[in-house]
Design a protein around this ligand. Structure first.
Ligand code: SAH
Length: 582
């Protein structure tokens, strides 16, 4: 009789969570080989099988014994808790077989029977913490160098994976979990939810919900799986939940209507998604454009091949959802819609049908949105008061963020359902608020602390008329109050310099890239009463005729003339631009 190796994952430990195939395989086997504790866990399912028990550290001899017995013609079950392919016996058995020159064809038959791994059983007891991209990391440095484990923890922390830690701690290995917490705190808030599950679906099951700061205050041992949330994981009523989507952002004055579920798959609603590749999309990206550098473009297209493939992969996943949806009467059924439908059915079953549906959906999306806006002390004012700083700290709170930009602004990101309360407070403290994104931004100097103040009213008038309005691409207008132009007005898309009671005008600076260049001087001595209107007309033309995502310097080059000011070809640069980060 031909022998066979059955590598069985029997799940977390309770009989209800063993698969049918795993039970059958156990019953079909003549020999069961496993670690003592595991044999005890499944003993109730065995009949007259021979049992080979071994200690925990004898994995290799377990695998060797299994192969030996199978080759001698026996049906041998090698058991692992959870899934045998997850830090289990499956790989080890194959290693022993490979060592012996085993081949699939003609060699002893091997069947791997999947089981519910600890990441899944623990997650089910915690709520729904995995949901999004997740990884498992074993903290056992018995077979893996600690340096490599630490590197993986670091990378997973940085990449915002939900992390399930296996083998987190033993009597002998106690420092690993402490180090892991330290590394993760570099990337995640101390409030990040953490679930600690001991002996899932076993007799002494114990579930604790805590956070990254306090996790070490709880009992963590060899029978424990620790699940660390990502940056969007929340705790609700004792459950740990990672919402599927990332948070949507909205800015000052933008339409903050919550999305209907079917709108979520549209690109406008998910601007972070990688677009299907085409030549135009390059200009859409946040990367620096390759400009005239053909070589760069070639290289970029080579990269794009991979990206396009990745997108296609993604698109297939989406279309799977869509396909499921289309069978449901044309509406696109996202998992969220299906969840709402299930909830409604369950509520109806309990004789309740009120208060669900559209309202619930709207609320869900509001809660997942982040309000972002730029603040500064004023157009000319560069000084924050202490009171303003306190207000900022207060409205941002522990969970929001405040980012200092190179453009005289702080960007605030706040999860809120009441943006108006925040803006009212900031305005009453004298802040100048601005939307972020592709808008017009006025960047003035400090007018030598207000001493050279003749041009300030013009900066303010420009701010009032043009500040924050939408443009095809972000458009920065620099205004400096004297010929020193020390705040770099001439480096901007549009530069204005006040000199001898009149204004000089500069157009089309290329503000970023290795081939950045200042704006071209196009006029000297514009009369003050004409300034604001002239600038308004220039901006309006850009808004009307600029292509989406076209930077102002490119627009100027393309249209050749604005308000009678002619674009002059610059001497050709041989320097190549690099994509962002290169
Ligand atoms: N093959 C197993 C993992 C073996 S490594 C699986 O797929 O689940 C052993 C580690 O798994 C333990 O240290 C613990 O972190 C985790 N683990 C296994 N069973 C568990 C259970 N019932 N409850 C919680 N964690 C468990």
């Amino acid at each position: 009789m031909a022998g066979k190796l059955l590598i069985i994952g029997f799940g977390p430990g309770s009989f209800e969570h063993i698969t049918k195939r795993a039970r059958e395989a156990l019953q079909d086997s003549e020999v069961i080989i496993g670690y003592n504790t595991y044999v005890d866990l499944i003993r109730g399912l065995l009949t007259d099988q021979e049992i080979v028990r071994t200690g925990m550290t004898e994995e290799v001899s377990r695998a060797q014994e299994a192969v030996r017995q199978a080759e001698a013609g026996k049906k041998v079950a090698v058991i692992s808790s959870g899934d045998a392919g997850v830090y289990g016996m499956a790989g080890l058995v194959y290693e022993v077989l490979m060592e012996k020159g085993w081949r699939r064809d003609g060699g002893v038959e091997v069947e791997i029977i999947p089981g519910i791994s600890a990441i899944n059983s623990s997650a089910s007891l915690l709520g729904a913490p995995i949901m999004h991209d997740a990884c498992t990391i074993s903290l056992s440095d018995h077979l893996t160098p600690w340096e490599l484990i630490a590197k993986r923890v670091d990378a997973a922390g940085q990449a915002d994976f939900v992390i399930a830690l296996y083998n987190p701690r033993s009597g002998r290995r106690t420092r690993q979990i402490v180090e892991t917490q330290r590394i993760l705190l570099k990337y995640r808030s101390p409030d990040t939810p953490v679930g600690i599950v001991k002996s899932a679906y076993r007799e002494r099951q114990h579930v604790v919900l805590t956070n990254l700061r306090d996790m070490l205050d709880h009992d963590i041992g060899m029978l424990t799986t620790v699940v660390i949330g990502n940056s969007s994981t929340i705790v609700y009523d004792g459950l740990m939940i990672t919402p599927r989507g990332y948070q949507r952002k909205y800015t000052l004055g933008a339409d903050v209507q919550p999305l209907r579920p079917h709108q979520r798959l549209q690109h406008e609603a998910e601007p972070w998604a990688l677009r299907q590749w085409d030549a135009e999309a390059y200009g859409d990206s946040d990367w620096e454009e390759p400009d005239d550098a053909d070589e760069t473009r070639g290289e970029a297209i080579a990269v794009s091949g991979e990206r396009a493939a990745a997108v296609r992969g993604g698109a297939i996943a989406v279309s799977g959802e869509r396909a499921a949806a289309e069978t449901r009467g044309g509406a696109i059924a996202t998992p969220l819609l299906l969840a709402l439908e299930a909830l409604q059915m369950a509520e109806r079953g309990r004789g309740r049908s009120d208060g669900l549906g559209a309202d619930l959906t709207a609320g869900l999306f509001r809660r997942q949105s982040i309000f972002e806006l730029a603040v500064s002390p004023g157009v000319a004012d560069k000084k924050f008061t202490a009171k303003q700083m306190i207000t900022l700290a207060d409205v941002v709170g522990e969970k929001g963020s405040m980012e200092y930009t190179p453009h005289h602004q702080l960007i605030l990101r706040i999860q809120t359902e009441q943006p108006e309360e925040i803006t009212a407070r900031l305005r009453s403290d004298g802040f100048l608020l601005a939307p972020i994104g592709d808008v017009v931004q006025i960047k003035a100097c400090d007018f030598c602390n207000g001493e050279k103040n003749e041009a300030i009213p013009y900066a303010e008038a420009l701010q009032q008329k043009l500040g924050g309005i939408s443009a095809p691409k972000e458009l920065r207008i620099g205004l400096n109050g004297c010929g020193m132009a020390c705040y770099g007005a001439v480096q901007e898309d549009i530069g204005i310099v006040y000199r001898k009671q009149k204004f000089d005008l500069f157009l089309g600076g290329k503000t970023v890239g290795r081939n950045a260049h200042p704006a071209q001087p196009v006029a000297e001595g514009i009369e003050p009463e004409q300034l604001v209107e002239t600038i308004e007309r220039i901006v309006q033309r850009f808004i009307a005729e600029g292509h989406p995502n076209e930077r102002f310097h490119k627009f100027f080059k393309r249209v050749k003339e604005i308000e009678g000011y002619r674009h002059q070809e610059m001497p050709a640069f041989t320097i190549e631009n690099a994509v962002c980060g290169d």
